[in-house]
Design a binder for this molecule. Structure first.
Ligand code: NAP
Length: 357
């Protein structure tokens, strides 16, 4: 059933300071919307500074910032007042540097989603919630594709292989999206639309994001993956396409359900080869792929988050996502993926985050 959204009403964006959310805020402001963005700390210049810059250079729109924390259960109410659309992006995207995955990832993702949607249930103006989920809610390990009857992951799939001990970030996204659908099914006023992006690349509007996807590209050029990379295929997509998908999900009268937003599944070496075409030999790009048997132990020694089980279930396996629903239902026209990586790498150079050897 069609649902008309009034674009003159404010739109709420949780975690407005994030890599993806910055672009969502920018597109909303450029479209003339009033945005109610939430951040954890209004005094943190690293979070708030880039947002104020986006607002000052945006064509139209107005940005109002509010303080809210995923684990503070009533903290989202003030920002939500008068909004018809809530875009919930806030969730930790980290894969290392924590001791307790339950506290660092799963609790904020799941409890936070519960807290935001409890506020939605209390706020009569809200008609639609757009949740930034992930392909991590759709699938866990690349090896899971071997038992998939369609030969590619679609919106019908759910991650069945992640746990608190294996791929806990993916598990946090699976649990959070499940929780969102459960809460959604308990009411009839608001509609839930999910955006399920793969790994996001492309220019950032902030330098302060802890997002793992930004860190991955940086590692490729900074020598941290020299001389060899694992043979691992990941889905990748441009951050600008992900932001556009959120806007379409927010405003299209017939938007509903899940949307895989992904634009190809290159291996790390294939990404390197794309970059090498555009940037000369002054960078410590990886040169070859490590054999799986060696990789299992070497990777773990270098990075404890890359466990032997992760390598066993992911290295060397092909990967495929079906993105047709995002094109048909959201009208997405994806950026050229090579250009995405080139734009992203150029920005890392401009910002001094990657240097020549
Ligand atoms: P990001 O730059 O690290 O943004 C994460 C955001 O979540 C930040 O604004 C952060 O706020 C907020 N946040 C984290 N913990 C919070 C808490 N306890 N309370 C309130 N806010 C909290 O990462 P991103 O890549 O933009 O990710 C945004 C969303 O996209 C996440 O839901 C992520 O799972 C999803 N996603 C990302 C990718 C990707 O490749 N980047 C792919 C698929 C899905 P602070 O600024 O205060 O830390």
């Amino acid at each position: 059933m069609d649902q008309i959204i009034d674009k003159t009403k404010p739109i709420m964006v949780t975690g407005a300071s994030g890599y993806i959310a910055n672009w969502i805020v920018k597109l909303l402001l450029d479209a003339g919307c009033t945005v109610h963005g939430t951040v954890r700390n209004l005094d943190n210049e690293k979070s708030v500074g880039p947002l104020n810059k986006i607002a000052s250079t945006a064509a139209n729109g107005t940005l109002k910032l509010f303080k809210a924390d995923l684990l503070d259960k009533d903290s989202f109410d003030a920002a939500m007042q008068g909004c018809e659309v809530v875009i919930h992006t806030a969730s930790p995207f980290i894969v290392r540097g924590f001791k307790d995955a339950q506290e660092a990832l799963i609790r904020p993702a799941v409890e936070g989603t519960g807290n935001v949607l409890a506020a939605v249930n209390r706020t009569d103006s809200v008609k639609r919630v757009v949740l930034t989920s992930s392909v991590a809610a759709v699938m866990g390990d690349n090896a899971d594709l071997t038992t998939n009857p369609r030969g590619c992951f679609t919106e019908e799939d759910w991650n069945f292989s992640s746990s608190v001990n294996h791929q806990p970030y993916s598990y946090s996204k699976f649990l959070a999206e499940k929780e969102a659908w459960k809460i959604h099914h308990g009411q009839s006023r608001w509609r839930l639309v999910t955006i399920n992006p793969s790994m996001v690349a492309g220019p950032a509007l902030t330098q302060s994001s802890a997002s793992t996807s930004i860190d991955t590209l940086r590692k490729l050029g900074s020598g941290r993956l020299w001389p060899a990379v694992p043979k691992i295929h990941l889905g990748w997509v441009d951050v600008r396409d992900v932001a556009e998908a959120h806007l379409q999900a927010a405003f299209r009268p017939d938007a509903e359900g899940r949307h895989i937003v992904s634009n190809g599944e290159p291996s790390m070496l294939e990404i390197t080869q794309m970059l090498k075409k555009h940037f000369d030999q002054g960078y410590l790009f990886p040169m070859f792929e490590l054999p799986k048997v060696l990789l299992k132990w070497v990777a773990w020694i270098i990075d404890a988050s890359v466990t032997p089980k992760f390598i066993q279930q992911n290295a060397g396996y092909p990967l495929a996502f079906d993105n047709s629903r995002s094109k048909q239902r959201l009208g997405l026209e994806y950026h050229d993926l090579e250009q995405t990586f080139v734009d992203h790498f150029q920005q890392l150079l401009d910002d001094g985050l990657v240097r020549r050897k």
